[in-house]
Design a protein around this ligand. Structure first.
Ligand SMILES: C[S@@+](CC[C@H](N)C(=O)[O-])C[C@H]1O[C@@H](n2cnc3c(N)ncnc32)[C@H](O)[C@@H]1O
Length: 229
C-alpha cells in the first residue's frame, strides 16, 4: 500500500474536500495520480458524495499495478459506481515533451533555484540527486510507452475540475491536454518541476484566477476560470 500524501488530516486534503462538499456544481472530476486510492482520492470522493446526483463522475488513474490493485479494491468495496478507475497512464509517450532524461537534467541544472528539492543543494549534491532521478524517469517512461492512448487523450467531454498529481515529468503536458476541458485546476508539488510551469502560465492568463495557495509539503494551488465554460 502506497503511503498517502493528501489526506483529510492535511490542509490540502481539507481544502479539496470542503471545496467539493460546498459546491454542488462540481460534478465531474479527474484525478491524475491516484496512488493506492487512500490519499487525494478519498478527499475528492467524500467531497463529491455530499452532493451526489446521477451526473456525478470521478475519473481516477494509476499506472503502477500494485497501487492500482489497492485503488480498485477500495473503490469496489465502497460500492461507488460513479467512480471510474484506470490502470493506465495519463498520457502516452507521444504527448510527453521530455523525450530523454538529459533534457530534464540540463533544465534542472540550469534552473535549480526554481525547485524546492534542488535549490539548497551544492553542485556535487545536485549531480547525485539528478543521477538518482534517472531511475524515476525510466520507470515513468515504461508507463508512458506502454500505453497507446493515455486516459486524458480519450476523455468524454468536459469536466469541472482536474487535480494534477501524477509523474514528475508530465505535469505540463497533462495540463495542455485538459486546460480547455475544465473550469478548475488543482495542482500539487507546485514548487517542483511537475507543476511549476503550469502555475507560472496560469498566473499570466486572465482567464484564470488563483483561489488558494497552500504552502504544505511542496506547495499546492487551486485555480478557477474567471468565466465558467
Ligand atoms: C505524488 S503521487 C500521488 C499521491 C496521491 N495523490 C496521494 O494523495 O497520496 C503520484 C502518483 O502518480 C502516479 N503516476 C506516475 N506516472 C503516472 C502517469 N503517467 N499517469 C498517472 N499517474 C502516474 C504514481 O505511480 C503515483 O502513485
Amino acid at each position: 500500500m502506497r503511503t498517502p500524501e493528501i489526506t483529510i488530516d492535511t490542509m490540502v486534503g481539507q481544502y479539496i474536500f470542503s471545496t467539493l462538499a460546498n459546491n454542488k456544481n462540481i460534478k465531474r472530476v479527474i484525478e491524475i495520480g491516484s496512488g493506492s486510492g487512500n490519499g487525494s482520492t478519498v478527499c475528492i470522493a467524500n467531497g463529491l458524495n455530499v452532493n451526489l446526483t446521477k451526473d456525478t463522475k470521478f475519473v481516477c488513474m494509476e499506472p503502477v499495478e500494485s497501487h492500482y490493485n489497492d485503488l480498485r479494491e477500495a473503490i469496489e468495496n465502497s460500492g461507488a459506481d460513479w467512480i471510474e478507475y484506470h490502470n493506465n497512464s495519463s498520457i502516452s509517450f507521444d504527448k510527453l515533451s521530455i523525450k530523454n532524461y538529459d533534457d530534464y537534467r540540463s533544465h534542472c541544472l540550469d534552473n535549480k533555484e526554481k525547485y524546492q528539492s534542488l535549490k539548497n543543494l551544492d553542485n556535487e549534491q545536485l549531480v547525485t540527486e539528478l543521477e538518482g532521478r534517472e531511475v524515476w524517469y525510466e520507470e515513468d517512461c515504461e508507463h508512458f510507452k506502454k500505453c497507446e492512448k493515455g486516459v486524458l487523450e480519450s476523455l468524454d467531454g468536459n469536466y469541472d475540475l482536474c487535480l494534477i498529481d501524477g509523474s514528475e515529468f508530465s505535469g505540463y503536458d497533462e495540463f495542455k491536454l485538459i486546460e480547455d476541458k475544465v473550469n478548475m485546476i488543482f495542482l500539487d508539488d507546485i514548487m517542483e518541476y511537475k507543476c511549476r510551469k503550469i502555475v507560472d502560465e496560469l498566473h499570466e492568463n486572465d482567464d484564470w484566477i488563483c483561489m488558494s495557495a497552500i504552502p504544505e509539503r511542496n506547495g499546492f494551488v487551486a485555480f478557477s476560470r474567471t468565466h465558467y465554460k
